[in-house]
Design a protein around this ligand. Structure first.
Ligand SMILES: Cc1cc2nc3c(=O)[nH]c(=O)nc-3n(C[C@H](O)[C@H](O)[C@H](O)COP(=O)(O)OP(=O)(O)OC[C@H]3O[C@@H](n4cnc5c(N)ncnc54)[C@H](O)[C@@H]3O)c2cc1C
Length: 397
């Protein structure tokens, strides 16, 4: 036996990637304990997009995301099987003048030159004539998270144990790595909150799209991730809710925006509607490193919208820490101790479970009211727009 006895709680994309790297570093006494509840990885689109707006004000997070992106080609190649890694890049798109003004803030910071509609359609002939402008982001790529997890599970099959951990004290190991996604809050008291995302999968002949499309459509955000086998992932809603309902409004919103960008999607088969929860943190940055007050416990959680992108770098950093005691300076910015904890087992804000549920219900009701308002506003806007179009093009209908 070599190295410490390590148990990883959670065999989602983060726990598995860490397990794989630990095994490569010679840690032989290794167990991954997983409750079997569906992880966010099963829902994730797999965009490897370090340029998102949420990180702009956090240089350390920008650096982590960029380094993660750089590590993906080698990580995918090392897995040795097809995990859908595709480097064609992403087209950022805007449909209206307002959409362009909003998207241009991000593109300018990314230093991406603006492309005309004709240039965009040269790259993607299926785009709607309504697309007003866009950019090509060559370093924003994609991978298929389901294939990545399958490949990692294959490598660690003899180490995965079906077990839900209720309390970290019940885990017998020298080091316990908590990589339980949204389940991390209950085990550690760290403020990891579930951020609901609904997503749909379409299927048609391969080749309708080549790039990932990331579009702002009448103020709404939608992305399309085309796979080589003809699947197109359309995502995703972002809701501060804990339920698992797939709603008519959510699916409508996604399909409406997606068909506005690529009208030809209307012919595709709708093969899956799905929902998951991103493990969000108050500052949108992950929690990486020892848990204050318990030297035995190392946290690797709270990856929010970027857990797929961040899997290779998280695995490298945490494996080096656990196997060799090497704390990379990058870790300092993401120490779990920067955020306040509540006693493990309690709900996220430290209230009683029932108060938390009541608050969550109130939140859902408030969100649902404002969603109805948004929907009726945008329906009016769409009506006006259709009216204008009819006026502009008499005889079309
Ligand atoms: C709609 C949607 C779209 C997304 N798109 C992208 C994207 O395009 N790009 C990207 O980079 N990221 C994306 N993400 C985010 C990404 O999916 C997550 O950040 C990532 O999956 C987090 O990985 P994880 O392993 O920490 O958690 P998970 O993938 O959630 O896995 C956690 C695992 O821990 C297990 N577990 C939980 N509690 C316990 C317990 N007490 N005991 C034992 N096991 C336990 C669960 O069963 C699960 O297997 C998306 C997420 C959603 C919801």
């Amino acid at each position: 036996m070599t190295g410490p006895r390590v148990a990883i709680v959670g065999a989602g994309i983060i726990g598995l990637a860490i397990g794989w790297r630990l095994r490569q570093r010679g840690v032989s006494d290794l167990a991954l304990l997983d409750s079997g509840e569906p992880g966010a990885w099963h829902v994730a689109a797999g965009m490897l997009a370090p340029g998102g707006e949420s990180a702009f004000e956090q240089p350390a997070l920008v650096r982590l995301l960029d380094e993660a992106n750089e590590r993906w080609p080698a990580f995918a190649a090392e897995l040795g099987v097809d995990v859908g890694y595709d480097a064609t890049g992403t087209l950022g798109l805007a449909m209206t003048a307002d959409d362009l003004a909003e998207a241009a803030r991000v593109w300018t910071r990314q230093k991406l030159p603006l492309l005309r509609p004709s240039e965009l359609r040269e790259r993607e002939p299926a785009l709607s004539p309504r697309v007003r402008a866009g950019v090509h982001a060559p370093t924003e790529r994609q991978v298929d998270p389901r294939k990545v997890v399958a490949a990692l599970r294959d490598r660690l099959a003899d180490r995965i144990v079906a077990k839900r951990v209720e309390d970290l004290s019940e885990v017998d190991a020298d080091v316990v790595v908590v990589a339980a996604g949204c389940g991390t809050a209950e085990l550690t008291g760290l403020p990891v909150r579930p951020v609901k995302g609904q997503l749909v999968r379409l299927r048609g002949e391969p080749g309708l799209l080549r790039h990932v499309l990331d579009a702002t459509v009448d103020g709404r955000h939608v992305y399309l991730v085309p796979r080589a086998d003809g699947e197109i992932v359309v995502g995703a809603t972002q809701e501060e809710r804990t339920d698992h309902a797939i709603t008519a409004g959510g699916v409508h919103e996604l399909l409406h925006a997606a068909l506005d960008v690529v009208p030809g999607l209307a012919e595709l088969e709708l093969v899956e509607t799905t929902v998951g929860h991103r493990p969000g943190t108050p500052d949108n940055a992950p929690l990486l490193g020892p848990l204050d007050g318990d030297r035995r416990v190392v946290v690797a959680a709270g990856h929010h919208r970027n857990g797929v992108l961040l899997a290779p770098i998280t695995a490298d950093l945490i494996a080096a820490l656990v196997a060799d005691g090497h704390a990379d300076p990058l870790l300092a910015q993401f120490a779990p101790g920067r955020l306040e904890r509540t006693p493990p087992g309690k709900s996220r804000l430290g209230e009683s479970e029932s108060e938390s549920k009541r608050e969550s219900k109130r939140e859902n009701e408030r969100e649902s009211e404002s969603q109805n308002e948004r929907e009726s506003e945008s329906q009016n806007e769409r009506e006006n727009e259709r009216e204008n179009e009819r006026e502009k093009r008499p005889g079309r209908f």
